[in-house]
Design a protein around this ligand. Structure first.
Ligand code: AKG
Length: 257
């Protein structure tokens, strides 16, 4: 697996590239089965942060745990065999190596679920704003596990805006999210990226992006893995405790994130 020259150029120029059908149907099914086990409470052993949707309609779900907005934690890739295999997926790592070089750490691992009817929006943000690390070029890998459409909240990106650097963000009310406040982005600034299950979006961490609420009866599940260079360092002397990393490939470097 390798990005073609035009795909590589698109990543540099627009800040993203979608690789279609990177995962096979059985691979997607293995991941969605595991997600379902966690969401319904059938499987409990792995430690991670779980967040429910803010607007839960009573009786819309069979199981109490179903309106899960996301679950997140690098521990997912450390402790769970399915997510560990995904974090070490040969074809994903081949692309990351092309973009970042051979020394790779995992910075984030998260299931982003947008359940039917109640799946909420994710406001405009840059992933780099959450992570005080340099160089500011980590790559977010967004894996579609269901068909992602404009109606159920597919990814929308502002092409080329990663070259503007880090833009001002502020905290928003719900959960720990932050959103861009220094600029006013709207849907007209974005390109929508509908994707089939198994297709994978590689996104520069400075690329502003947004996902709309899920107004349909279908789930829009995705899995996120963010990779950085193993030589990455915190930008502050006092790094946040919640940033965790997992070495994935190549060499490790003392004193780095
Ligand atoms: O999957 C989504 O709806 C948005 C995910 C996202 O942009 C993020 O968590 O940084």
């Amino acid at each position: 697996m390798e990005l073609s020259d035009s795909q590589f150029e698109q990543y540099q120029q627009d800040g993203y590239v979608v690789v279609e059908d990177l995962l096979s149907d059985p691979e997607v099914e293995r991941i969605t089965d595991r997600i379902r086990e966690y969401v319904t409470g059938e499987r409990t052993e792995t430690q991670f942060d779980r967040m429910l949707e803010p607007d839960i309609k009573p009786d819309a779900f069979e199981h109490e745990g179903e309106p899960v907005r996301k679950f997140e934690g690098v521990g997912l890739a450390r402790e769970d065999d399915v997510f560990a295999d995904l974090a070490h997926h040969e074809d994903i790592l081949a692309v990351i190596e092309q973009l970042q070089g051979p020394n790779i750490d995992l910075l984030r691992s998260a299931a982003m679920l947008k359940p039917p009817q109640v799946g909420s929006e994710k406001k405009f943000h840059q992933d780099a704003a959450y992570y005080p690390i340099q160089p500011r070029d980590h790559v977010t890998v967004w894996i579609a596990l269901d068909e992602a459409t404009t109606d159920n909240g597919c990814m929308r990106v502002v092409p080329g805006a990663h070259t503007d650097g880090l833009i001002g963000h502020e905290a928003i009310e719900y959960d720990t999210d932050i959103t861009i406040t220094e600029r006013e982005y709207g849907l007209d600034d974005t390109v929508a990226l509908p994707m089939e299950p198994g297709s994978v979006l590689f996104q520069h961490c400075l690329l502003p992006h947004y996902t709309a609420p899920n107004t349909t009866e279908q789930w829009r599940r995705a899995f996120i893995l963010s990779y950085m260079r193993s030589r990455s360092r915190f930008t502050d002397d006092q790094p946040p405790e919640w940033v965790e990393s997992l070495h994935i490939a190549g060499d490790e470097f003392p004193g780095c994130v």
